[in-house]
Every structure is written in structure tokens, then in C-alpha cells.
Ligand binder design. Structure first.
Ligand code: ADP
Length: 379
């Protein structure tokens, strides 16, 4: 390590002192506890009530909070709720100080979800032990979270590079072949190549469209369009549009598409988004069909003022443990083994759209037998 690096490392470790925000209206407590915590290696920010503490937190985020309950201007409970309502502050450990003989305080604080209580007057050593323990736990949780984020990042990079490279390799490979060997190719070869290029291009277009839809969902565009442009939509027509767009992949995998939807059945929606949601369910039924093909059927019927749409397949099925997670973004099951196409957002997007339409989407499945994705929508 160079002298400069060593100096920087020393400065960094010297400057890393966890910060405790101490909130109490009694000056004697503020001073006493500040001295105690500073002696134990903490930096202390002091405030005489919740309001002052929140002002401090606008510019400094503490690693831990110790707060009295009874205080003027803003008491400990209000302060606790303000802290927990900000997602950036949710993980900060929060310790209440409460006066002796106030079991109601303890019960209320527990119900709110505070991490710890100390009853005044408390043993200074106990305070330091509690603060140390809470901070160590916090650091351990943070380390695990960082490791999870890193894993997720690596997984996303792998998924994206695969999903971009594979179709591009298709297109490039065929373009090169066409350029070099066009003269000697039969009509049949030519047709196959063009279809291959089309497949690669379709996959790239699908990827871009999926990401665009994700952005439109997150930015609220889909929600406002669903509010402004919703109308009665014939469900059978929607299903036909979905099937028309998926004929080629269904043919490639030997999957038959069947429709059992009464012509008169309608739902209130924007056709484009209903197509997007159902398309993802049917596409999965095709992608996860068994080797040798299968069947994806859409059934729909009305129950009072709700319409139920079931997308049924006889494919590979989903393990019960995975049923809980498949609707999360970028979550895929056994990606390497299944060599599947997609980036794991199909079901998340479909559920987001259905929920914005006032409906619900859930799945039942049996491994090796097939799956049913249920959509429930208002008429
Ligand atoms: P992707 O777009 O990558 O397919 P999805 O969010 O649509 O991602 O699906 C997530 C995971 O759920 C898939 O990786 C697959 O393992 C599982 N899955 C979804 N639909 C089905 C189905 N009909 N049959 C079997 N597995 C499915």
C-alpha cells in the first residue's frame, strides 16, 4: 500500500464513527447521554424534540435514533411515525426512552414497532450495550442486503447480455451467410434463413417493447390511459388478436391455441393493454410447453359483475415454491436449465396491468401437468 493509500485508509477508518441521533427535552439527559455515547466512539446529534430532530435529519441521516416519548412540540410517537414514513429512513434502528411506571408507553411503542425500550433512569452501560447490539445487527443486515443486490445485478447483466446477444447472433449469422453464399442457395434455404432473421428481430423487438411497457407502467402512463380511454371491449376479439400475434412461436413449438370465449362477453378496458396482459400469459404457455408440443386454451365466462379469464396449458408446470415468486420482476425459474427466452418480467407486467384495471391475476399449477393463470376483471 502506498503512503497516500495508507493515509486515506486511516482517515477513512478514523472518520467512520456511527452517528446516533439523541432526542430528549431534558437537558441533563441530553448532556449526560451525549458524553457517554461520545466516549464509546459515537458521533452524537442532539435535538430537544421530534421537530428539531426531523430538521437535523434533512441534512444528516443517523445510523441509530434514541428518542424520549414525552416531549413538547412533537412527541416521540409522532417523531417515530414521521421517521418510518420515509422509505430512506425505514431501516434506522429506533430506541425509545420511557419514564418508569409507564407501561402504556411501552405497549404503544411496541405496537408501533420500535426496536427497543429503555426505562429512565437507565444504567448507562445498558444503553451502550443496546446501541452497540442494534448497530451490529443493522450492519449485518446491510451486508446481506448488499450481497443480494450484487447477486441480482450480476443476474440481470447475464440475462440482458444473453437476451440481446442470442437474437443478434441469429440475425448476423444469417446475414453473413446470405452475403457469401446467396448464389448457391435454394429457395427453401433462403426461406428458412429469412424466417430465422425474422425470429431474431421479433425477439429483439419484444425485448424493447417489454422494457418500454415497464417504463410506461412505472411512470403512470398506463394508469392514466386506462382511466381516460377505457371502453367496452369484446373479449373474443382480444383473444383472437393475441393468438394472431403468437401463431409463429406456437407453430415452432407444436402448440395448439384454442379459444372458448362467448362472443357477447365484454370487459371495460383499453384493448391494447388487455392484449398485452393476455399475450404474456399465452406466450408463457407456449414457451413452457412440454417437448413435443401441447395446447393452450383460453376460457372466459361471467360471474355476476366480474369476468373470469383462464389461460390453461398442459406444459411443464410450476413448483408450488415458485408460484409465490414468479410474479416478481426479473424472476425466472431454472433459467439455465430451461434455456428460456425472456427477461422475467412477463408475469409482473401482466399482473400490473390487470391490477390497474381493477382486477387480479394469480396462478395454480402442478409440476409436470400444466398451469392455469386466472384473470379476474370487472365487467
Ligand atoms: P419470462 O418473460 O422470462 O418468461 P415471466 O415473468 O413471464 O418471465 O415468467 C416467470 C417465470 O415463471 C418463468 O421463468 C417460468 O419459469 C415461470 N412460468 C411462467 N408461466 C409459466 C407456464 N405457463 N408454465 C410453466 N412455467 C411458467
Amino acid at each position: 500500500m502506498s503512503v497516500k493509500e495508507e493515509q486515506a485508509a486511516t482517515e477513512q477508518s478514523a472518520s467512520f464513527r456511527p452517528t446516533v441521533l439523541l432526542v430528549d427535552d431534558e437537558n441533563a439527559v441530553l448532556e449526560g447521554v451525549t458524553d457517554l455515547l461520545e466516549l464509546s466512539g459515537y458521533e452524537v446529534l442532539a435535538a430537544e424534540n421530534g421537530q428539531k430532530a426531523l430538521e437535523i435529519m434533512q441534512s444528516r441521516t443517523p445510523d441509530l435514533i434514541v428518542s424520549d416519548i414525552m416531549m413538547p412540540v412533537m412527541d416521540g410517537y409522532e417523531f417515530y411515525e414521521a421517521v418510518r414514513s420515509n422509505p430512506d429512513w425505514t431501516p434506522i434502528p429506533f430506541i425509545f426512552l420511557t419514564a418508569r411506571g409507564q407501561p402504556v408507553d411501552v405497549r404503544r411503542g411496541r405496537a408501533l414497532g420500535a426496536d427497543e425500550y429503555l426505562v429512565k433512569p437507565f444504567d448507562p452501560e445498558e444503553l451502550v450495550i443496546v446501541v452497540n447490539a442494534r448497530l451490529s445487527r443493522m450492519q449485518a443486515i446491510r451486508a446481506v442486503t448488499m450481497a443480494d443486490v450484487e447477486r441480482m445485478k450480476q443476474q440481470l447483466i447475464a440475462i440482458f447480455s444473453h437476451e440481446l446477444r442470442t437474437p443478434l447472433a441469429y440475425v448476423y449469422g444469417y446475414v453473413n451467410l446470405l452475403r457469401d453464399e446467396r448464389e448457391t442457395m435454394s429457395e427453401e434455404d433462403l426461406r428458412e434463413m429469412l424466417e430465422g432473421m425474422q425470429r431474431g428481430a421479433d425477439r429483439l423487438v419484444q425485448l424493447v417493447e417489454d422494457l418500454m411497457l415497464l417504463v410506461k407502467l412505472d411512470s403512470g402512463i398506463v394508469e392514466s390511459e386506462l382511466k381516460l380511454r377505457r371502453r367496452d371491449v369484446g373479449l373474443a376479439e382480444v383473444v383472437r388478436r393475441v393468438f394472431d400475434g403468437l401463431r409463429q412461436p406456437a407453430r415452432d413449438r407444436g402448440v395448439e391455441l384454442c379459444i372458448e370465449v362467448p362472443e357477447e362477453l365484454t370487459v371495460t378496458s383499453v384493448p391494447l393493454y388487455l392484449v398485452e396482459a393476455i399475450k404474456r400469459l399465452v406466450h408463457n404457455g407456449i414457451k413452457f410447453a412440454k417437448q413435443g408440443g401441447g395446447c393452450v386454451t383460453i376460457r372466459a365466462w361471467q360471474e355476476d359483475d366480474r369476468v373470469r379469464i383462464d389461460v390453461v396449458d398442459d406444459g411443464i408446470g410450476i413448483h408450488p415454491d415458485d408460484l409465490k415468486t414468479i410474479f416478481s420482476r426479473f424472476h425466472q425459474v431454472d433459467r439455465d436449465e430451461l434455456e428460456q427466452q425472456g427477461i422475467g418480467i412477463g408475469l409482473a407486467v401482466a399482473r400490473d396491468i390487470v391490477v390497474l384495471m381493477g382486477g387480479d391475476l394469480w396462478a395454480e399449477s402442478e409440476l409436470g401437468e400444466g398451469s392455469v393463470f386466472h384473470v379476474d376483471l370487472p365487467v
